[in-house]
Design a protein around this ligand. Structure first.
Ligand SMILES: CC(C)(COP(=O)(O)OP(=O)(O)OC[C@H]1O[C@@H](n2cnc3c(N)ncnc32)[C@H](O)[C@@H]1OP(=O)(O)O)[C@@H](O)C(=O)NCCC(=O)NCCS
Length: 153
């Protein structure tokens, strides 16, 4: 884990977008485009946190919230920063927001994305549903898992 003088977790700023998009592109087979990313950010209930290491954006977490729950939309760590518990720390930030009113965090993840599924299981999530969905025109249908944070129940 990095020392607290070397890292910070904060809300995204417009000047972070270029680096965040680099993390996005190296993290997903079907990355969001810049325009799609900005459209999410424009939504009133969307929050994006970045994890900065020595002035460089190493990771981001994006979620939606309403009056009683969080929906984790995306979490991604740049290739050179993985396996340092950065994603776990970002997720802890979201878990800290759980209280009696807002009591759940749910997310969707492709079943074949083993690192992501394992990461979520290790962080207190459980599989609560499974559905075949068309992920892209080229890939066709595949299983997408619905997972929910249960450790705090
Ligand atoms: C999944 C991802 C976010 C994990 O980020 P990370 O900062 O490396 O994860 P952490 O260091 O916090 O890992 C916590 C635990 O998750 C599990 N995990 C993390 N990466 C893993 C991998 N590649 N394979 C298997 N398990 C993994 C491990 O159990 C790990 O605990 P350990 O280090 O004690 O073994 C990162 O690999 C990533 O950005 N992947 C591409 C984008 C993506 O698929 N996002 C998930 C969308 S839900």
């Amino acid at each position: 884990m990095l020392g607290t003088t070397q890292m910070s977790i904060r809300w995204i700023q417009p000047s972070d977008l270029k680096q965040v998009m680099e993390v996005e592109r190296e993290s997903f087979e079907f990355p969001l485009t810049h325009e799609e990313f900005v459209d999410w950010l424009k939504m009133e209930q969307c929050v994006c946190l970045v994890y900065e290491v020595r002035g460089v954006v190493a990771a981001y977490l994006m979620y939606l919230y309403d009056h009683n729950r969080y929906e984790l939309l995306n979490i991604a760590v740049g290739r050179g920063y993985r396996f340092q518990r950065i994603a776990s720390e970002l997720l802890s930030h979201l878990k800290m927001g759980l209280n009696q009113g807002r009591h759940s965090i749910s997310t969707r993840v492709r079943r074949k994305n083993y690192p992501a599924v394992n990461f979520l299981l290790k962080n207190g999530f459980a599989v609560v549903g499974k559905k075949r969905e068309t992920v892209s025109e080229t890939e066709g249908a595949e299983f997408v898992l619905r997972m929910r944070y249960v450790a705090g129940d």
